[in-house]
Design a protein around this ligand. Structure first.
Ligand SMILES: Nc1ncnc2c1ncn2[C@@H]1O[C@H](COP(=O)(O)OP(=O)(O)O)[C@@H](O)[C@H]1O
Ligand SMILES: [Mg+2]
Length: 144
């Protein structure tokens, strides 16, 4: 698997909206983005700003309990302690084919490999805590 850094920046809370704009300009509105970061790094905050930037609408009822949808534009998944086999058997792989921005937290390695091999438009964002008031964002493109 190849990964290429597209963008890297350090930003405070007041700049997360700009990061969201930058993410959409780099990955587009139809992509799968794996979100990495420790607890309280700022993953949910970024998802919220992406929903706001795309004017996706409020949180709507998901098809799956592991999923949260913002209108029909943003699909947010939390796979903490969820096994790859379970993701497959729930039928989530098919869900990723829906047009929109799919944001996945805690993607198992096997899922990442499957998505890259299947040719999905795949990216990764690492969020690192720098200090109380800032985070480092690294946006990468993933290819087979
Ligand atoms: N770029 C940032 N700079 C400073 N604080 C941030 C930034 N992004 C988010 N935060 C703050 O970090 C805390 C955790 O954010 P959250 O999005 O809930 O993290 P996660 O979903 O990764 O656990 C919140 O108080 C949020 O306001
Ligand atoms: Mg969160």
């Amino acid at each position: 698997m190849k990964s290429q850094i597209l963008y890297e920046t350090v930003a405070g809370l007041d700049k997360v909206a700009d990061i969201a704009k930058q993410v959409v300009s780099l990955v587009g509105e139809k992509a799968i983005v794996l979100l990495h970061g420790t607890l309280a790094a700022g993953k949910t905050t970024l998802v919220g700003e992406l929903a706001r930037f795309l004017d996706a609408g409020s949180v709507s009822s998901p098809t799956f309990s592991l999923q949260q949808c913002y209108g029909d534009k943003i699909f947010h998944y939390d796979f903490y302690r969820v096994e790859f086999d379970e993701i497959c058997s729930l039928g989530l792989i098919e869900e990723f084919e829906k047009s929109g921005l799919h944001l996945i937290e805690w993607a198992p390695l096997a899922l990442k490999e499957l998505l890259v091999d299947a040719g999905f438009n795949l990216y990764e964002i690492d969020i690192e805590v720098v200090d109380d008031s800032s985070r480092k964002y690294i946006i990468k493109a993933l290819d087979a």
